[in-house]
Design a protein around this ligand. Structure first.
Ligand code: FES
Ligand SMILES: [Fe+2]
Length: 352
């Protein structure tokens, strides 16, 4: 299999079996997902002292039960597995009364993950030890959003800084989550194929006629960063666009959408109405869960421009991605701009 070349002009993208092979898929979970940052939730369930939010890192694929806890306004992330017999400690979002108490034999931990008490342990030697504490996992917060990584290879700031630099002028922390405008999809395709499709915005005129009608395709632009990339949609004619502040480097342009992709599986799509967070989670080698979470800034703009009908655009994308997935064993993909610039090359080359 051809290796990815750091020089995009020499690179050829991955062969089709990357998207269909069980062994590549399993290797990817460890080498791509465990080491990178995952979007977990917003802070709406973690506002108060000792609020706790349990979750599974990457769904059921990397079975790592974790829990976020508010300690004096800081968010910590701990293993949610009792260090006695492995019982799950916290099953639902809640406010911890005083200590975390295991529901099996009553082992207690502080909200900072430290061992506190265990019944019937009088006289035990070498107890408690550091192994009785809950292991802590890396966590990061950006605006209202919380991210975690099992073994981060780089600082979270390196991932988010390009987003912050570009659209940090927006009052993102005031955007309101809207359950009624959010939706989950199951796509019968490999997660990476779904991401590739997102990254190759030049499918726009072929796949998304309605969206293409409000964007000036000739001005559509792609910028690449260290761990992220940005596609910029420019509004056609008098279609809706951002009212940019003079401090924005885009001031004077008619920006209809900022489409950020953050390695490996997160999309932050900013529209004049607000933000659509897309989380792409593998289920199996050929099945993927796609979560669209809508955070509204200006409701009056919901039905206009590039962000108007996200469901239709998504279904158009799903159709073509599923069609390609059926064929991928027979294909050798040729050079595409999107892929090489956007994957952390060492992740992929370590698998191949
Ligand atoms: S499993 Fe938690 S106290 Fe025994
Ligand atoms: Fe698309």
């Amino acid at each position: 299999m051809k290796k990815i070349d750091a020089d995009i002009t020499k690179a050829a993208t991955l062969q089709g079996d990357f998207y269909a092979s069980e062994s590549y898929f399993k290797a990817t979970l460890e080498s791509v997902f465990a080491n990178n940052w995952q979007f977990i939730t917003d802070d709406s369930k973690l506002k108060k002292e000792r609020d706790a939010y349990p979750f599974q890192f990457l769904g059921d694929l990397l079975p790592e039960p974790l829990v976020l806890i508010n300690n004096n306004g800081d968010i910590n992330c701990f293993s949610n597995v009792c260090t006695h017999r492995g019982n799950i400690l916290i099953n639902e979002p809640c406010t911890i009364k005083k200590h975390i108490t295991c529901g099996y034999h009553g082992k207690q931990f502080t909200t900072c993950g430290k061992f506190k008490f265990m019944p019937k342990t009088e006289g035990m030697q070498n107890f408690p030890s550091a192994q009785d504490d809950l292991p802590e996992v890396a966590v990061a917060k950006w605006r209202q959003f919380i991210f975690s990584s099992l073994a981060p290879e780089f600082e979270f700031e390196e991932l988010i800084m390009d987003v912050e630099d570009r659209v940090g002028w927006m009052p993102i922390e005031n955007f309101k989550y809207r359950e009624d405008l959010s939706k989950n999809y199951t796509v019968k395709a490999n997660w990476a194929l779904y991401c590739d499709n997102y990254l190759e915005g030049f499918h726009l005129p072929f796949i998304h006629a309605d969206l293409n009608a409000v964007l000036d395709f000739n001005s559509y632009n792609v910028e690449t960063f260290k761990y992220a990339n940005l596609q910029i949609g420019i509004a056609k004619d008098n279609d809706i666009c951002f009212e940019l502040p003079e401090t924005s480097i885009d001031y004077g342009k008619k920006i209809a959408a900022y489409y950020f992709w953050l390695f490996p599986n997160l999309m932050l799509n900013f529209y004049p109405w607000g933000l659509s967070v897309n989380i792409i989670t593998p289920i199996s080698v050929n099945e993927t869960r796609v979560q669209f979470k809508s955070y509204v800034w200006d409701e009056s703009k919901l039905d206009s421009g590039a962000g108007a009908d996200l469901d239709k655009v998504e279904l158009e994308d799903e159709q073509v991605v599923q069609q390609v997935q059926k064929k991928e064993l027979h294909l050798v993909f040729t050079n595409t701009v999107g892929f090489h610039l956007l994957w952390k090359k060492e992740c992929i080359t370590s698998i191949l």
